[in-house]
Design a protein around this ligand. Structure first.
Ligand code: COD
Ligand code: ATP
Length: 195
């Protein structure tokens, strides 16, 4: 069984993914892959530089994530431009890792994909688990975690589909507004039901 773990920015996907990892499930992490495919010297980083200019490259030749983030989270057409460059590479690596884990004989695999719905990747997975929070808590946690201003945090939240829509497309929903214990309890119940 392939579990698709999704939600919105700062809703708690990594928190739940860490819990699943501790339970022994192998995790395919789209955010981590997104970092690997743009490493120095990669074709993808070359394409990004061609489209966005040297201003998104740091002094050491690596991607300046802050600069690129400033551009794409406030401009939908630039965001699409980046997605068109980087998403094919991310998808290819996610599928490669999935095949490898299946070959290794893992009965259950978790794919942590923030943009599962936006990128229409539901067919990659058998069950969709959405981690949700209230807008208020999401904003507060995002500002605290990344030191973002209200505007920066809102821009990032608005670059994704609303959580209310993602909840409707879920096989199960974890409400991550309370304690970590409460989140873990919900997760355990869902896993039991899916056994
Ligand atoms: C623009 C980049 C360089 C900014 O890097 P930064 O370190 O500030 O953010 P990070 O990568 O940790 O992403 C944080 C969160 O932002 C959200 N996010 C990232 N990219 C996008 C996007 N293109 N559209 C909407 N939300 C996004 C996701 O919820 C993600 O979990 C980076 O987010 C990126 O390369 N994005 C494109 C790849 C992508 O779509 N990743 C999402 C998972 S496939
Ligand atoms: N139940 C909780 N109680 C308190 N803080 C929490 C809880 N769940 C998550 N957090 C905190 O909220 C922030 C966002 O959580 P997390 O990083 O898991 O979200 P995410 O969905 O993976 O975000 P992103 O899409 O940006 O990768 C983190 O700083 C995390 O420590």
């Amino acid at each position: 069984m392939i579990i698709g773990l999704t939600g919105s920015i700062a809703s708690g996907k990594s928190t739940v993914s860490n819990m699943l990892s501790k339970l022994g499930f192998p995790i395919i992490d789209a955010d981590l892959i997104a970092r690997i495919v743009v490493e120095k010297g990669s074709k993808t980083l070359e394409s990004i530089t061609e489209s966005f200019g040297e201003e998104v490259i740091a002094d050491d030749g690596s991607l300046h994530r802050g600069k690129l983030g400033e551009i794409i989270f406030t401009n939908p057409s630039k965001r699409k431009q980046l997605n068109d460059i980087i998403h094919p590479a991310i998808r290819a690596e996610m599928l490669r890792q999935k095949e490898e884990l299946i070959k290794e004989g893992h009965p259950t695999i978790v794919m942590d994909i923030p943009l599962l719905f936006e990128s229409k990747l539901s067919h990659y997975v058998d069950k969709i688990l959405v981690v949700t929070v209230t807008e208020e808590i999401q904003l507060a946690r995002l500002m605290a975690r990344n030191n973002y201003s209200l505007e920066e945090a809102k821009a990032r939240i608005q670059s994704q589909l609303p959580l209310s829509i993602k909840e409707k497309g879920a096989d199960a929903v974890i409400y991550n507004n309370g304690t970590l214990e409460s989140t873990e309890e919900q997760l355990n119940k869902i896993l039991l039901a899916w056994k």
